[in-house]
Ligand binder design. Structure first.
Ligand code: GDP
Ligand code: GDP
Length: 436
């Protein structure tokens, strides 16, 4: 997740001036995100190659004309809950006010870095006056002029030093991890052998001989892949008793470690209860998913066989409408050559990042075309959306009613994202956050 920096402070202290300063005026013009709120109050900023999300909490207009103190408390609570780092802006020209002190008191209790920024220090004269602010009892004050770009560099140097690093959860890895899962006898080990090339697997001394999970690396078109727990799959394929024991748990363990899951079905049997369990787990685990209908060679086919099977899959796995379906025969090799290409496509979407501005263009259009239903008589307002991760693509949407978003509206938003961006083969993860 990209870290979030929130700017809080009374009206008129210079929050939006500081915001624009940090975003860069020119960029602010070019990157303008037609807001879900009218005001632009957030931006993705990159400093020293490190991206973070900057939020001007002053841009969150409260629904009612609350009193100043109330508004400030809400802003601060938002920052305390959602931000990784907080910039409290104070105004050197107006001095310390009771509202400032109230916020300082709140922020004292938060276990996150807080920077106290005294703005409008345009020259040395204000520098001296700024000393008064030490009465709030902090170790370090940053005196800046947002308007004249004074002290901003020093402030941001220190900010970047304590800002949490975006862990990025192994996104750099270019290896695609594939799990092959399914009921006993659907043809998993036959398929694994097909994918790896029979010779090579036979030459692998550990495969099939150990009870430990053995992952097999292989190259296809010079790209690296890992097949997860090939030993387990092959072992279970070998003896009758083990075949029966292949449990959903085995599938779960493999799915946990995968990027893309091949959910193997048998054309002979159609969709069964156990297939649903396994596929449901792959979905909930948030993995890229591909249906592989094996033993296609066994069917007496006519023109409608494939269409009928597709229908059955779509009906049985309503939550996986985005998963591609392949019809293969592991035994004859029919269409098995297409599997890795499909894995590549899914992996690409599973790892995909869209820009914050693209995302919000689509998001605000979706919200405008179809408003969220009221939540207990309250209007649901959205502020902005940001992609916070990949594998699967994950989004945070800021709203005044995070608990009040109906499941069907969440699905509507997901579908809008899919319509605009594709995201074939991958689940999406939406999180609603915020304050009113
Ligand atoms: P916000 O309500 O906290 O977002 O404050 P604004 O950014 O809108 O600024 C309020 C006023 O203070 C504007 O007239 C700005 O031009 C002015 N201002 C902001 N930063 C500075 C500064 O560093 N020096 C001076 N002298 N004025 C500033
Ligand atoms: P696993 O238990 O899922 O690993 O299944 P196996 O790979 O051991 O296959 C179970 C049985 O189905 C074996 O007898 C395979 O030869 C057979 N089988 C696997 N794939 C196919 C296929 O595409 N077509 C046909 N006709 N039989 C297959």
């Amino acid at each position: 997740m990209k870290p979030i920096i929130a700017i809080v402070g009374r009206p008129n202290v210079g929050k939006s001036t500081l915001f624009n300063r940090l975003v860069g005026r020119r960029k602010a013009m070019v990157d303008d995100m037609p807001g879900v709120t009218r005001d632009r109050n957030y931006a993705e900023v990159t400093r020293f190659d490190r991206p973070f999300i900057l939020v001007d909490t002053g841009g969150f207009e409260p629904e009612t004309n609350d009193r100043l103190l109330q508004q400030m408390r809400e802003q601060s609570r938002f920052a305390m809950d959602e931000a990784d780092l907080i910039l409290l802006v104070l105004d050197a020209r107006s001095g310390l006010t009771p509202a400032d002190e109230d916020v300082v008191e709140m922020l004292r209790r938060v276990d996150k870095p807080v920077f106290f920024v005294v703005n409008k220090v345009d020259g040395d004269r204000q520098e001296n006056a700024a000393g008064d602010f030490y009465s709030i009892g902090v170790d370090r004050l940053y005196t800046v002029s947002a308007e004249h770009n004074r002290g901003i560099g020093d402030l941001m140097d220190d900010v970047m030093e304590v800002l949490p690093v975006d862990a990025g959860k192994d996104e750099a890895s270019d290896v695609t991890r594939i799990a092959v899962v399914g009921r006993p006898n659907v043809g998993k080990s036959t398929l694994v052998n097909r994918l790896l090339g029979y010779e090579r697997v036979v030459a692998n001394p550990t495969a099939g001989t150990t009870r430990d999970a053995v992952d097999t690396r292989f190259l296809c078109n010079k790209k690296p892949y890992v097949l997860i727990d090939t030993a387990g799959i092959r072992r279970k394929g070998k003896t009758v008793e083990k075949v029966e024991k292949y449990s959903v748990m085995d599938a779960l363990r493999s799915i946990e470690r995968a990027d893309v899951v091949l959910i193997v079905l048998s054309a002979e049997d159609g969709v069964t209860e156990q297939d649903s369990k396994i596929a449901g787990y792959a979905y909930e685990a948030g993995r890229g998913c591909i249906f592989v209908v094996n033993k296609w060679d066994t069917l007496e086919k006519d023109n409608s066989s494939m269409g009928k099977f597709v229908e059955e899959i779509r009906r049985s796995f309503k939550y996986l409408p985005f998963a591609p379906i392949l019809f293969i025969s592991a035994k004859t090799g029919q269409r098995t050559g297409k599997i890795i290409a499909e894995v590549d496509l899914v992996m690409e979407q599973f790892s995909r990042r869209v820009t914050t501005s693209e995302l919000n263009r689509v998001f605000s259009k979706a919200v405008e075309e179809h408003h969220a239903p009221m939540d207990g008589g309250r209007r649901v307002k959205f502020y902005f959306a940001t992609q916070v991760g990949t594998k699967p693509p994950s989004f945070v949407i800021f709203t005044n009613r995070p608990e009040g978003i109906h499941f069907s509206y969440e699905r509507y938003l997901m579908n809008s994202f899919r319509e605009a961006f594709g995201f074939n083969g991958t689940p999406l993860h939406l999180m609603f956050r915020g304050r009113d």
